[in-house]
Write a protein of this length. Structure first.
Length: 257
């Protein structure tokens, strides 16, 4: 049983209804970010994936929905959200092992495993960015409590040789992310995500490989919305982004290597 009563939850469609996700009505709620993260991962059936800080399971379950046959694992600090992730996996008939733990102090059995892919959507904001009035679960999900470098350290330790990390973050955290890769991960690539053509990137997805030696690459941005401004009610996602969000299509990653 989840710590959230049913009356405090909503059931939302992801990937055009292919995935049903229970989320707290007033706590942290997944948006498009975990869906984009999942779409960026070039996973194949039979491979293993670990999500650090899985919350209610949006990213890892979107990935498992797109790529059946994955061996999926999540770790989540907040027990209520971990229970919700397990419930969401069961409701969608997806095999997901969920651990309640701090990523810097993983259970022994998890520390003995290595994964082909690690994904993460860490808190975007530095400590103190959200007031005490904000729901505690949402504050934990959004405000950094564990240093970003610890997320990279956990990912590097759990990756199998030549395994990939994919992480989505705010664009201003890129210097911290690149510093955290040093000595841990290589073959770093960055895909900026901009709301519209001509607008600066607000988010990015970083891809890095354990044991990778290729040069750093900064790709052209993924543009979320058509046009240079919002002109009508409803969304205005580009065809590519709409296909990712509504049809579960993979994100075309430039020149995969």
């Amino acid at each position: 049983m989840t710590g959230f009563p049913d009356s405090a939850l909503t059931c939302n469609d992801f990937l055009g209804g292919r995935l049903k996700l229970w989320q707290p009505r007033d706590g942290y709620r997944a948006g498009v970010d975990p869906v984009l993260l999942a779409a960026a991962v070039p996973a194949k059936a039979g491979q293993s994936v670990l999500e650090l800080g899985c919350g209610a399971g949006a990213a890892v379950l979107c990935l498992a929905t797109r790529v059946p046959g994955l061996r999926s694992t999540g770790i989540e600090l907040q027990a209520d959200y971990a229970d919700l992730a397990a419930r969401n996996a069961q409701c969608n008939e997806i095999d997901l092992s969920v651990h309640v733990a701090d990523l810097s102090n993983m259970p022994t059995d998890l520390r003995q495993q290595h994964f082909d892919h690690v994904i993460a959507n860490p808190p975007y904001y530095r400590p103190g960015a959200h007031s005490a009035a904000v729901d505690a679960g949402r504050r934990t999900a959004l405000s950094e409590q564990t240093p970003l470098s610890d997320w990279f350290d956990a990912a590097a330790r759990r990756l199998a040789p030549r395994g990939y990390l994919h992480m989505i973050q705010r664009a201003e955290r890129l210097p911290d992310m690149l510093t955290a890769c040093v000595g841990r991960l290589g073959s770093v690539e960055v895909l900026p995500i901009a709301p519209r053509m001509g607008r600066g990137a607000e988010l990015l997805i970083l891809r890095a490989r354990k044991g990778g030696r290729a040069d750093f690459r900064l790709h052209a941005p993924l543009i979320l919305h058509s046009g240079d401004r919002h002109v009508r009610d409803g969304d205005s996602y580009t065809d590519m982004v709409s296909g990712i969000l509504r049809e579960g299509r993979p994100m075309p990653w430039p020149d995969a290597r």
